[in-house]
Ligand binder design. Structure first.
Ligand code: NDP
Length: 285
């Protein structure tokens, strides 16, 4: 039976460290601020924004919420981003995705100053991640690295399989595993022999967006299984991309949904915002 990796515990530890550093900055007269922008009234986005504001409180940051109506134009949002780029109180800018259809998400991401791009979605930061010289890491993959590290399992030389190649999870995840010398295979909807590839994975990361996609027979004995999926079922419950009951019989370590990767994403957002404030103030530790 696998050991369940508690994202709640690991995220508390990360937030505790961020809080300590934020307090030390406060003693130097430096306050850390995160601007959270939400457009429209998508209920899932509202839940995420509220969690991010709550996390700011926990770690001692100021949070500034900008709630704009559904019919906001792209230019209006670009104008707000410009104001926030120039606002001294704001160290990080988070524009909650998805945006309403009249707004081009890439145009907004590209307008955020790379120094305040705490989601690490701007092409400048994406490029930095590719060459391994980053200040910010994308929150979900960075959180997953913390979860894997919490197990003590070595990544170097291991067969790592990532299912999913999105810009926010799959691709950066594969890059972080590669930086740590994993032998990485990235799978997607056109992958042939997916089951066989997964069966060979020492570390398996599922970011597919399909409930119970990874079944027990796809999991190698002793593998570390990370479930990124957040799928809302008809009964309102959350379900991951991994069939937990089956996979936990074979894995050595496994993350639950909820309480696995989800809390880590927010903790890493706090870490990135702290990093932004430290860089701005030329503080190295
Ligand atoms: P996307 O929909 O952008 O990407 C899904 C990926 O899965 C695509 O690359 C797609 O392949 C691949 N895929 C879909 N069907 C199959 C299949 N049958 N076989 C193999 N691969 C397949 O999703 P995201 O990356 O944004 O998110 C993935 C999941 O993670 C979602 O459930 C999301 O809610 C969750 N998530 C959770 C976060 C957290 O904090 N815990 C943060 C972000 C996301 P192709 O490219 O070929 O279409």
């Amino acid at each position: 039976m696998a050991t369940v990796i508690s994202g709640k515990e690991v995220s508390q530890k990360v937030k505790g460290e961020v809080r300590e550093k934020a307090l030390a900055l406060k003693e130097k007269g430096i306050e850390v601020g995160l601007a959270v922008v939400i457009v429209g009234d998508n209920p899932a986005s509202r839940v995420y924004v509220n969690s991010k504001k709550k996390a700011c409180e926990e770690v001692g940051f100021n949070s500034y919420e900008y709630a704009l109506p559904e019919e906001t134009t792209q230019q209006e949002l670009l104008d707000l981003v410009e104001v926030l780029n120039n606002d001294e109180k704001v160290n990080g800018i988070l524009v909650q995705l998805p945006l309403p259809k009249q707004i081009d998400e890439n145009a907004i991401i590209n307008a955020i100053s790379p120094d305040k791009d705490v989601d690490a979605f701007h092409p400048f930061n994406v490029g930095k991640i590719m060459i391994g010289e980053y200040a910010f890491l994308p929150c979900t993959p960075a959180g997953i690295m913390e979860l894997i590290d919490s197990t003590g399992v070595e990544i170097a030389g291991k067969s790592c399989v990532v299912i999913g190649r999105s810009n926010i999870v799959g691709k950066p995840m594969s890059m972080l595993l590669l930086h740590r010398s994993g032998t990485v295979t990235v799978c997607h909807s056109k992958t042939k022999n997916l089951k066989e590839i997964c069966q060979n994975a020492d570390i398996l990361v599922a970011a597919v967006g399909r409930p119970n996609f990874v079944t027990g027979d796809m999991v190698k004995e002793g593998a570390v299984v990370i479930d990124v999926g957040i799928n809302r079922m008809e009964d309102g419950k959350l379900c991951g991309d991994v069939n937990f009951a089956e996979a936990e019989k074979k894995a050595s370590y496994i993350t639950p949904v909820p309480g696995g990767v989800g809390p880590m994403t927010i903790a890493m957002l706090m870490k990135n915002t702290l990093t932004a404030a430290m860089i701005k103030n030329n503080i190295t530790e």
